[in-house]
Design a protein around this ligand. Structure first.
Ligand SMILES: [Mg+2]
Length: 360
């Protein structure tokens, strides 16, 4: 447990009915109507439902045909991911005015650690208010915010009074709040686990808290210790500002397709350079080399080799890549793309520009 003075201030921001709200913003004729983004009337699934559609029971991930049956007047629109990505960039720019500890979890959702915040606002609640106002001003869209002292509770809080809400769970409230929470509302408890917990008599956080750590581990495996902690309002997971990279790769598409080894080797070399430079810059040492070829008919082949120790230098990376390439000869079709990647890293390294200076 953290000392009291080290309490973190975490915000979870989640846009309300995101895709549907963007559609209603951009097409006034859709406003006030039950709306589903995704599928068509007969096929596909609902990707997002407007708040007007929800009283009918329309939910995301529901088959479009079911949604149509529940709500005959439901209007379907096709998703426009470019528009959603653009809004996503705008809200991330708002976050970046307040902190650089931002962990995006979806286009419309992120955790922020604002224990230290750039504007020096005294409370996380003040930061969350400012962010909601700035998002509304810049995008015309509404975000809900949850404020608490860890990610689990911040997420629960943002969901608690949705839509258009700001909800705070203080350290004094945390344990009681969790005790009363239905088990299905726990982030990290999916429908299958929820059903299993209910069969075992676990309906609420209080029921979950009655279980010992050993029993939870025996029953739920590696998730047992997570359930044990969050049942007590404890969640030490940090806000991770950068995605963990699993591989570093580079590839090139040719202007003229070829099946000739010499030409392919020549085109591989600059890709090897790129990958090696990037790995060195990030101080990442990987054991697995993967070669990728795409053919003129767009079929794809990959070959990989793992060493007992990390690839020691650029030339070894190239040699292994060429070995893998020779293993594919003779090619029956011309290739249109060649790529190489390095993975199987010794340690997971963060994907961030501030790591470039590592080791200097
Ligand atoms: Mg959302």
């Amino acid at each position: 447990m953290q000392a009291e003075g080290a309490l973190r201030k975490i915000i979870h921001i989640d846009m309300d009915a995101f895709y549907a709200s963007v559609e209603q913003r951009d097409d006034p004729s859709l406003r006030g109507k039950p709306l589903a983004v995704g599928g068509s009337r007969e096929r596909g699934v609902v990707m997002a439902a407007s708040y007007e559609a929800r009283p009918f029971g329309v939910r995301s991930a529901m088959p479009a045909a079911t949604a149509r049956r529940l709500c005959p007047d439901l209007v379907f629109v096709k998703p426009r991911f470019d528009a959603y990505r653009q809004v996503s960039e705008e809200i991330r720019a708002v976050f970046a005015r307040h902190t650089d500890l931002i962990e995006p979890v979806a286009l419309d959702e992120a955790y922020l650690d604002v224990t230290e915040n750039f504007l020096g606002l005294p409370t996380a609640t003040a930061v969350a208010k400012a962010i909601r106002a700035e998002i509304l001003e810049r995008t015309g869209l509404v975000a809900s915010a949850g404020v608490s002292y860890n990610k689990f509770l911040a997420k629960v809080a943002s969901d608690h009074r949705k839509p258009d809400a700001l909800f705070v769970i203080t350290p004094a409230m945390g344990p009681d709040f969790v005790a009363e929470l239905p088990i299905g509302r726990f982030h990290g408890v999916g429908p299958v686990t929820e059903a299993k917990m209910k069969r075992l008599g676990i309906e609420t956080g209080a029921d979950l808290r009655a279980w010992s750590l050993d029993r939870l581990k025996d029953t739920f495996g590696s998730s047992g210790s997570y359930y044990y902690a969050v049942a007590r309002g404890i969640d030490e997971r940090p806000v991770r500002a950068h995605r963990i990279r699993k591989s570093i790769g580079a590839e090139t598409t040719f202007s003229d397709d070829t099946a000739a080894y010499d030409l392919l080797a020549e085109r591989l070399a600059p890709m090897v350079d790129k990958v090696w430079r990037s790995a060195e810059a990030k101080a990442m040492r990987g054991r697995t080399v993967t070669l990728k070829l795409k053919f003129s008919d767009f079929s794809l082949v990959t070959r990989a080799k793992s060493l007992p120790a990390p690839v020691p230098d650029r030339d070894s990376l190239e040699r292994i890549g060429l070995d893998l390439l020779r293993g594919l000869l003779p090619l029956r079709r011309s290739a249109r793309l060649i790529g190489v990647s390095l993975s199987g890293f010794e340690q997971e390294a963060p994907d961030g520009p501030e790591q470039l200076g590592l080791g200097l």
